[in-house]
Design a protein around this ligand. Sequence first.
Ligand code: SAM
Ligand code: SF4
Length: 323
Amino acid sequence: MLDDCGRRIDYLRISITDRCNLRCVYCMPEGGVSTLRHSDILSYEEIVRLTGLLTRLGVRHLRVTGGEPMARRGCLDLVRRLHETGGVETIAMTTNALLLRGRVAEARAAGLDALNISLDTVDPATYAAMTRGGRVEDVLSVIDDAVSLGMRVKVNAVPVRGMNDHQLAALAALARDREIHVRFIELMPVGCGAGLSPVPSDEVLARMEAAFGPLAPDTSRHGFGPARYVRPEGFAGSIGVISPMSHEFCDTCNRVRLTADGYLKLCLNHQAGLDVRALLREGADDDVLLEALRAAIARKPARHGFLEEIGDREERRMNEIGG
Ligand code: SAM
Ligand code: SF4
């Protein structure tokens, strides 16, 4: 469907848990966070039902995220059930990949088309420090398994000044021999990211050019999001930047988000949305739900407004929203 700004909304990000096996510095506090109770989060039945309704409103592409989606039991069963939902064309997962080690073939068989793997550095010590405990070799093994099974793989990295900013070229070099896309996402001032220092995308691109020489724009489409891609000479894959802060892309935003506790979020930075869980658990029938979803999506905010005063700024952390 089109929202009131005329944007086609065909992409749904579904967060299935706020829990995680890591504590990335820009996402979660070191001591962990109070987690939702199991009864607070949507059941897989509720998620499948809502997704079915949203496909009737035009959603075609799904992304399962979290928290760490693989940390919720039965995550791959959910993928299989979503895959069987009529109207769904692609299903991707955003994951730190650690719990996928040895399970990529199972994920592929469940119907997962693509993986976005969060990896901020290939340096083992920096990775362990930024994630507060992760093992980088586990992530690299999942990347290679997924590539060899023909899945579309993107690596998502958040450059943070003083942490991994001097290791970005080594990470991008993963795309030299692999047909994968390594994307650098500007740190957003949300949750734990608020106190850290971002590296603007233009600076990342300048570093890539210094390391790899001239960067040809790569205009082939790699998914449904707002990344801009370049391809250095001799690279099998490409390098991307996603610049929510320095190059706002709200005009072409195509997505809505479902939080683990069943809130339909219309924009990353706004609280505006719809408490779908309340409707579901009050016993709303499909027609009532469809009308409420349609009316909410129509009101999607025009812009994220990260850099200005807005009345309903989001206060949840990224692990609660799903990125
Ligand atoms: N646990 C999974 C993972 O890490 O891929 C999925 C959830 S995580 C919240 C989704 C994405 O949000 C990750 O790629 C992470 O790097 C990103 N993220 C978390 N906090 C962020 C922030 N403050 N600014 C930009 N990206 C952030
Ligand atoms: Fe966990 Fe992902 Fe947040 Fe890292 S970014 S703490 S892996 S939810």
